[in-house]
Ligand binder design. Structure first.
Ligand code: AKG
Ligand code: FE2
Length: 348
């Protein structure tokens, strides 16, 4: 009977309504380490004021120092005063929720097949080939060409594609400020990383729905991974925690700060900074009662650009740690499926 229900369900959202619990393919062999997700300690993620960071003032210098120590310490920080209105972020949350609560037939209209949109299109439908995380997602490429196509997207929820275009543009601006600040924090010319991102950097948006899971101690909402991006911006759920970061071999919860956007270093920025700033391992745990909704944006260098450690970060004391790479993202998936950290394959 369970097998029958399993084969009929096409999304985790549907599986979560299945009273017999998650299908065995989602169950972790060793559990998540502790019985209750909330018993992991909270890690106080450094908070950076982006308005101040972008200003040329003593306060800006202070924020740059914070950024340097945050990235050296853990590879992530929360950005506040980033210039995106709270009401706009409410719209992102609300439209994402509305999308995931559409009937499956409506959601299917967002698929790559239905829209000729690059990237992974609609992954709300699970198949055996996927990573078996307890989430449904809408995952797509928001390059300018795609944004034009998105304007023709299904109109339900009505403002979804408009929001996506606007949010991408806002985050691109933030990404430029942060890439410049990161270069400055390493005493490099401020455009050094912006240049490595090339003429046509990629932007991937991933909207996540993590439905409630009856056995949170046995199922992960997203398995441990480092992001293949250059930089990642995550809008967390307003109320439900779930994100955890690995630091010194221990898992910590990422706290929710309303309207803050969590920034983390991706593998490609780790390469560019010659391993000075590391791409943190993170995962998402499931929640027994409540669903969780998040929106992650990944920026990465133009797939034709050569990504390599910045010259200014290589010397006798710190030799080059990584080989050159082109289109890192495309090469990652296979390694990840084999359970390897893709970035390790590039170590010299
Ligand atoms: O939803 C989250 O909290 C994190 C998502 C994430 O790590 C990812 O999409 O790569
Ligand atoms: Fe991630």
């Amino acid at each position: 009977m369970a097998a029958e229900v399993e084969s009929l369900a096409s999304s985790v959202q549907e599986l979560s309504m299945n009273r017999s619990g998650p299908p065995s393919r989602y169950i972790l062999k060793d559990g998540i380490g502790l019985n209750v997700a909330s018993s992991f300690p909270v890690l106080d993620i450094p908070v950076i004021d982006l308005g101040l960071l972008a200003s040329s003032s003593p306060e800006g210098e202070e924020q740059l120092d914070r950024l340097r120590s945050a990235l050296g310490y853990c590879g992530y920080f929360q950005t506040i005063n980033h210039g995106i209105e709270s009401s706009f972020l409410d719209q992102v949350h609300d439209l994402t929720r509305e999308f995931f609560h559409l009937p499956m037939e409506e959601k299917k209209k967002y698929s790559r097949e239905a829209n000729d949109i690059d990237g992974y299109g609609n992954d709300v439908i699970y198949s055996e080939k996927q990573t078996l995380d307890w989430n449904d997602r809408l995952y797509l490429n928001t390059l300018p060409e795609n944004i034009r196509k998105l304007k023709k997207w299904p109109k339900n929820p009505e403002k979804f594609s408009e929001m996506l275009c606007e949010y991408t543009t806002k985050l691109q601006g933030i990404n430029e400020i942060i890439l410049k600040a990161i270069a400055k924090s390493l005493n490099l010319e401020e455009n050094c990383f912006v240049k490595q991102f090339g003429k046509k950097p990629t932007a991937l948006a991933r909207f996540n729905l993590y439905p409630p899971c009856p056995t949170p101690h046995l199922v992960l909402a997203a398995k441990a991974h480092g992001d293949a991006s250059g930089t990642t911006y995550l809008l967390q759920d307003r109320e439900v925690e779930g994100l955890q970061f690995l630091k010194d071999d221990k898992w910590y919860r990422a706290p929710i700060i309303p309207d803050a956007i969590v920034f983390n270093v991706g593998d490609q920025l780790e390469i560019m900074t010659n391993g000075i700033y590391k791409s943190p391992m993170h995962r998402v745990v499931t929640n027994k009662e409540r669903e969780r909704i998040t929106a992650a944006f990944f920026f990465a260098p133009d797939p034709t650009s050569v990504v390599e450690p910045a010259e200014g970060l290589i010397d006798e004391k710190r030799p080059r740690l990584y080989k050159k790479v082109v289109d890192y993202t495309a090469n990652c998936f296979e390694l990840f499926q084999k359970g390897k950290r893709p970035i390790d394959a590039l170590r010299i």
